[in-house]
Design a protein around this ligand. Structure first.
Ligand SMILES: [Zn+2]
Length: 231
């Protein structure tokens, strides 16, 4: 952005290029910033964890088409989420079209999930799926509208749509919401106390994603624990 240097392919190798350049521009040596390397490391770790902790890991191992399709959709959305956060942090705005893209990908994920349940002779719990949408995006949308954007931002409810679709279960959506709020409190409370700023604006999106990931990977155990079976 500083010297209009046209990035080459070898400037865009995740993690490697940033380290080789020492976090500085090849031409003008201006600092690139940490958002790039952090998002690249996060994406790499998230990809590895997604494979290791995948709820249908056995299916992946047997090259089950349903599980592979779900993993692909899941990873595509993960990448888009990272792009959204970096974009939001840098330019203070949300590329809404990209956000709608995550809705489509998540709907495809849910479609495969439903197809998989039907193919296995199971019953699809439509009420639970609608419940997930009510507890996450609809609830956050209402908070956003009622509070005139002072409790939650406009991007939060939009981000909740793909999360609810990919969880596809009321209880998992509840847990994800709880986990997101807990993570947000633990992280931001000390910051708020130190800064003595009671009107601190907290970027909630990353916590929603982290809460979602924790619950998504724990879903088999959680659902068994509640005694609802596996969707
Ligand atoms: Zn430069």
């Amino acid at each position: 952005m500083n010297c209009k240097y046209q990035l080459q392919w070898y400037d865009n190798i995740p993690i490697v290029s940033w380290l080789m350049l020492g976090g500085k521009c090849r031409k003008c040596r201006k600092k690139i910033g940490y958002a790039e390397i952090l998002s690249e490391v996060f994406t790499g770790v998230a990809f590895a964890l997604s494979y290791i902790l995948w709820p249908g890991f056995e299916g992946l191992f047997k090259l089950d088409g349903f599980e592979i399709a779900k993993l692909v959709f899941f990873l595509i959305n993960l990448v888009i989420f990272v792009i959204l956060f970096v974009y939001d942090a840098k330019w203070k705005e949300l590329p809404v079209n990209l956000m709608y893209g995550t809705w489509v990908i998540a709907a495809l994920f849910l479609g495969v999930n439903i197809w998989q349940v039907i193919a296995a002779g199971g019953a699809v719990d439509v009420i639970s799926i609608i419940g997930a949408l009510m507890i996450l995006p609809v609830f956050y949308y209402l908070m956003y509208r009622i509070s005139d954007e002072s409790w939650v931002g406009g991007g939060d409810w939009m981000l909740c749509v793909p999360l609810a679709l990919m969880l596809g279960n009321f209880w998992l959506a509840m847990f994800a919401m709880f986990a997101a709020n807990l993570l947000g409190c633990i992280t931001m409370l000390p910051v708020a106390l130190i800064k003595k700023n009671h009107k601190l604006k907290i970027p909630f999106g990353p916590f929603l994603i982290l809460g979602f990931l924790v619950i998504f990977f724990l879903q088999t155990g959680l659902l068994r624990f509640i005694g609802f079976g596996i969707l």
